[in-house]
Structures are given as structure tokens and as C-alpha cells.
Design a protein around this ligand. Structure first.
Ligand code: GLU
Length: 611
């Protein structure tokens, strides 16, 4: 039975990715009869763009995409495929995703023509105070890395609860069956690629402090070689336990107990590899925090852009309001009719203004009325009229009062930055359902602690709180508090045209998620690029800091002219984001797009390729 499933998965991937059936990329036969791990799964080739019908999947990883596609081909819906693909990312993208983390999912239910969300964000412990990240010894905020590699940074993971909630509400397969392909990948292993190796190398000092992390990711004291086979039998066993006994083994049972023990007593090695500059402090997460965790289902944010309706994620993510506000600011400019440099100028200014307001007003628990104000046309007008076509605004710009209309002054605010990495996936099925799902463990590598015996890394999501107040004398909406969820930038977004999905997209990248999603929307909807072009185009990100954060190619293309308008650039970023998207064309044509290059390139696939 398991062998048949595996063979079909490989065949499906081969068929879709090569355009014809055949053994060209067939994997070696796994030894499932003995129950022993067989040969590693051969990764399907990475194809960043696919065109076709009947359903589509785009993720950063070819194995996860193939797993999602197989679920669709066997009659599963978009939610089934998204859960199976996400569980696989927990194996193959463990430094960005997994059951030790959290995320946000936006779902379009085609039968009912409704949009739903799941807030599976990590929650702080009930005992968390606003000063958790302030060192009592000196009253100063901890260094970021000191806070990150600790028990203090770990929020109650929401990812498994997200999968269970999606599965319960909209799924058509058992959660256990959806964990099976990922379990198989964890058992049999997959080939290490350069991105996987580099992510370990970047974390080697932190990973070296914990035996369980070291055993898994620093075999022989160094990152695994590219092409070597990475297995994770502990994670396979954890998935099997969940499949057999349900999510209570995590939220009320032995897996949760191990999470809590790891947080309360960080398992620092008695003979660490290398030195770590900081003490590794415990946290106060308890079983009662895990047992009390619930996903939420906030109404999506909603805004209009040139006749399209844009749905996004509400608090505790700031993604929906920031993307929506920036689009509202840009709409009257009609970017498609401006010289390209003016379009870029306004895109950068609109995102700086939206970030100022997001930093001032948006956090867990922000009243819906405030979100609605931020998304109102009147508020956007007040912000848009600050944009001078000839001169960049001095950064940071101040947030506007919520009563803003016309061109008011405002009060000073300060820029806020966040973490670096995450992963995103986009799925559509033959019935027209769409899932846009961003999941994360916060930094690449999370808090560096693999839960001993369980095979997954813990998040450091609580470092997305502001460590100290950032808003001067005004209240900071993103300070820690009991049970509170840290503000996110994750921006799973679905755009509708007269009630039908037109485009779904999302990205990793910390706070630059917002600008990446915004920039790809602008590229596609205003600047005449195809979806693959919009995804591949160079990225720049202005988040209300003095300097634009830009990829070298963006700076090369626009730097001189933008500098002429008074913009300044911060240090180059090698890359921003790793977006995935699906576009819904006429007569059911789907364009599934992943990155051609960033993060080593992603993988898109469709159920029935265009002939
Ligand atoms: N923790 C970040 C957020 O929620 C995401 C991490 C990332 O993509 O780097 O916005």
C-alpha cells in the first residue's frame, strides 16, 4: 500500500514536470516491505513555473510540491494538499517551517464563495510580561541573538493546530493520511542541496550548543555534504504518533511535555561544539499554555485595488493591513501610466508610509475599527498626499493620527525590524478552492533547539515582539504580554476579480514579506509583467528606514534615478523573499509560479499540464 502510494507520487511528479510519463526521474524503490528506511527519495527536478489545469501547487521545495500534487491527483482538495505539502516542508525545509512553529493560512472556499483565515501564530506563555526581553541585571534589552537562542523566545507552536483546524473544517482526508508522505520522506531521506547546507552553516555556532540539533544537522561536526542523504527518524516517529493518536499528543501529551522541558531546561550540551557568546536562558512555557492554545479565525482584511478585491491576513499579522494600505495609497497614482521610475518611487514611499502606521497601530488585539481605518480610502488619501513626485520623504516618516484626512503632520515614530526567514506555499484544486499559507519558525533555524527525541526545531517567534517601546510617548502595540501573539508580517494574499480568484501569493522574508508581496502585485497588476516576470524581477524594500534594502540588481536598475529623487540605499541584500503564487486565467488556465533563483529556486506544478 505504501509502496503504491510512493510510486504514484513519483510518477505524478515525473509526468507533470517532464510533460510526459516515463521513468526519466523515477526514484529508487523504497524498501517499505521491511519497514526499514529504503533508499532516499529522488527529488523531482525544480521547475519554477508551470501552466495547466485541474489544480496546482507552488512551494520552495520540489519534494513538497510533488507531495501536494499527488494529493490533488488522487482527488484531495487544496486544503488536503496544503497540509501534506506543509508537513513535507517540515522535513525538507526544517529551518523555516515545522510543528515547532506557527503561521497564517487564507482559504477560499469555492463552493460557498467565502474567504476564511486561520491564525496559527505562536502565543506567549500566560506568565509573559512586557519586560521579558529586558535583562533585569542592567535594565537593557537583550541582544537579539541572546533572546533568540533561549527558552524565552519560544511561543506555543500553532502549526499542528493549524493543520488540524484546516483539516477538520475543510479537508477531505484524515490528518494521519496527510502526514504519511512527509513521514516517508523523513524516514527515507532526501538529498541535501546547497541551500539546506548553507542554512546549517549559518547556524553552526548555535546548533553546536545542543546535542540533539548537532546529531541531526552537524553530523561529524560539520554541515552535511551537498548530495548526501538527510533522514530524520525522530520526526518520522513524531508524525506517526500524531497520525495514530491525534494532536493531543502534542498539546496535552508526551510531545508537548518534551517541548516544555526543552524550553524550561534548554538542553545545552555538556561538551558544546564551538562557543556561544551568551548565556542560554530558560523560558516559562508550561503544559497549561499548550493545552490552552487555540487557533483563531479572524475575518480577512479586505481592500479594493483598481476594481479587484484583495483579501489578506488580519492581526496578529500586519500583512493584510500594510499591503492593503499601501495599495490604497498607490491606487490614485495609476502606476501603469507613469514612467517606470515614478512607479518605483511611489511604491517605495507608499510602503514606508504604511510601515509607519503599522508600527504605530498594529499588534495582537488591535481593534477591528482601527484596522478598518487603516484600510479606508480617506486614511490612504491623507497618506498619499504626502508623496512628492520630485523628492523622497525623509525617513522615518511619522505615523498619521487615525483621524487623518487631508495632509496632517503626525508624530514621530521609529522603524522596527524583524526576522529573516519562513516559507510559503500556494495551492489550488480542480473545484476552485485556493490555499495561501505562510509558515515559519521565525529566524532560519528558529531557536536552534531540536526537541530531543522528537526531530523538530523550536521557534523563536516571541522575538517578533518589540523588546522595548518603539513609539515614544505613544503606546506600542507590539510589546509582550500574557498569552499575547507577536506581530507578524506574513501576508498570505488572495486577489479576486468580480468574485473569482485572480491571483494568490505569499512570501517569506520577515518584514520584507509585506514589500515583496506588494511589489509583485504592482509588477503584475500595474507594470505589465507576466506572473513569472513579476516574481523574478529584482526587489527593493522600503520599510520606513533611512535606506532602501535592495537586491543588487534592483539597485543596478533603479539606483541612480532613485538617488536622484533623494532616496538612499542601505547595504545590499543578496535576496529578498522566496515567493510562491498561482494566477487564475481564462478557461481554467492556472499559472503556478515559484522563484527561479532565490533560495535555490522553488518548484511549481500543475495537475494537467497545458498541451
Ligand atoms: N517572524 C516573521 C513574521 O512573522 C517571519 C519570519 C520571516 O519570514 O523571516 O513576520
Amino acid at each position: 500500500m505504501r509502496f503504491r502510494a510512493f510510486a504514484a507520487l513519483t510518477a505524478a511528479a515525473t509526468l507533470v514536470l517532464t510533460g510526459q510519463p516515463g521513468p526519466a526521474h523515477a526514484a529508487p524503490t523504497p524498501n517499505v516491505a521491511t519497514g526499514q528506511p529504503g533508499p532516499a527519495l529522488a527529488a523531482p527536478p525544480k521547475v519554477p513555473t508551470a501552466y495547466g489545469y485541474g489544480g496546482a501547487v507552488a512551494t520552495v521545495d520540489p519534494t513538497a510540491t510533488a507531495v501536494g500534487l499527488d494529493v490533488l491527483r488522487r482527488g484531495g482538495n487544496a486544503v488536503d494538499a496544503a497540509v501534506a505539502a506543509a508537513a513535507t516542508l517540515g522535513v525538507t525545509e526544517p529551518f523555516s517551517a515545522g510543528i515547532g512553529g506557527g503561521g497564517f493560512l487564507v482559504f477560499y472556499d469555492a463552493a460557498h464563495r467565502t474567504v476564511h483565515t486561520i491564525d496559527g501564530r505562536e502565543a506567549g506563555p500566560a506568565t509573559m510580561t512586557p519586560t521579558i526581553f529586558v535583562d533585569p541585571a542592567d535594565g537593557q534589552a537583550y541582544d537579539f541573538q541572546e533572546a533568540r537562542i533561549s527558552g524565552m523566545s519560544v511561543g506555543v507552536p500553532g502549526t499542528l493546530a493549524t493543520w488540524a483546524a484546516a483539516n477538520r473544517r475543510w479537508g477531505t482526508r484524515s490528518l494521519g493520511s496527510l502526514l504519511r508522505p512527509a513521514t516517508r520522506v523523513a524516514d527515507q531521506g532526501f538529498a541535501v542541496d546547497a541551500t539546506f547546507q548553507q542554512q546549517i552553516a549559518d547556524n553552526a555556532a548555535a546548533f553546536g550548543q545542543f546535542d540533539a540539533t548537532r546529531a541531526l544537522y552537524l553530523p561529524g561536526g560539520a554541515p552535511p555534504a551537498v548530495g548526501s542523504i538527510q533522514r530524520n527518524p525522530d520526526l518520522a516517529a513524531t508524525y506517526r504518533l500524531i497520525a495514530r493518536h491525534g494532536t493531543d499528543v502534542f498539546y496535552r501529551g508526551p510531545v508537548g511535555a518534551d517541548v516544555v522541558r526543552t524550553v524550561q531546561h534548554p538542553p545545552v550540551s555538556s561538551h558544546p561544539a564551538g562557543t556561544w557568546a551568551y548565556p542560554i536562558r530558560p523560558g516559562d512555557l508550561r503544559m497549561s499554555d499548550l493545552a490552552g492554545y487555540r487557533v483563531r479565525h479572524p475575518a480577512p482584511t479586505r481592500s479594493q485595488y483598481h476594481g479587484l478585491t484583495v483579501y489578506g491576513m488580519a492581526t496578529p499579522s500586519s500583512g493584510g493591513t500594510a499591503v492593503g494600505e499601501a495599495l490604497n495609497i498607490l491606487e490614485p497614482s495609476d502606476l501603469g501610466h507613469l514612467p517606470l521610475i515614478q512607479a518605483e518611487h511611489r511604491y517605495l514611499e507608499a510602503s514606508a508610509l504604511a510601515f509607519a502606521d503599522r508600527n504605530r497601530y498594529v499588534g495582537d488585539g488591535t481593534p477591528r475599527s482601527t484596522l478598518n481605518t487603516l484600510l479606508s480610502d480617506g486614511f490612504a488619501q491623507a497618506r498619499a498626499c504626502l508623496i512628492d513626485p520630485a523628492h523622497a520623504l525623509a525617513k522615518p516618516v511619522a505615523p498619521a493620527p487615525l483621524t487623518a484626512s487631508g495632509c496632517p503632520g503626525g508624530v514621530p515614530g521609529s522603524p522596527v525590524e524583524e526576522g529573516q526567514s519562513t516559507t510559503n506555499l500556494t495551492v489550488a484544486d480542480r473545484w476552485g478552492n485556493v490555499v495561501e499559507y505562510t509558515l515559519t519558525i521565525e529566524q532560519t533555524g528558529g531557536n536552534a533547539m531540536v526537541v530531543p527525541g522528537r526531530g523538530f526545531l523550536l521557534n523563536n517567534e516571541l522575538t517578533d515582539f518589540n523588546f522595548t517601546p518603539t513609539q515614544g510617548s505613544a503606546p506600542d502595540p507590539n510589546l509582550p504580554g500574557p498569552g499575547k501573539r507577536p506581530r507578524s508580517s506574513m501576508s498570505p494574499t488572495i486577489v479576486f476579480d468580480y468574485g473569482r480568484p485572480r491571483l494568490a501569493l505569499g512570501s517569506p522574508g520577515g518584514a520584507s514579506i509585506i514589500t515583496t508581496v506588494l511589489q509583485v502585485l504592482v509588477n503584475r497588476l500595474d507594470l505589465g509583467m507576466s506572473l513569472p516576470e513579476a516574481v523574478a524581477a529584482p526587489r527593493g524594500s522600503q520599510r520606513n528606514s533611512p535606506g532602501i534594502q535592495a537586491e543588487p540588481a534592483y539597485r543596478a536598475q533603479f539606483g541612480t534615478q532613485l538617488t536622484g529623487l533623494g532616496h538612499t540605499f542601505g547595504p545590499d541584500m543578496p535576496e529578498l523573499g522566496a515567493l510562491t503564487a498561482i494566477e487564475f486565467g481564462p478557461h481554467g488556465l492556472l499559472t503556478a509560479a515559484a522563484e527561479p533563483v532565490r533560495r535555490g529556486g522553488g518548484a511549481a506544478a500543475v495537475v494537467v499540464p497545458r498541451g
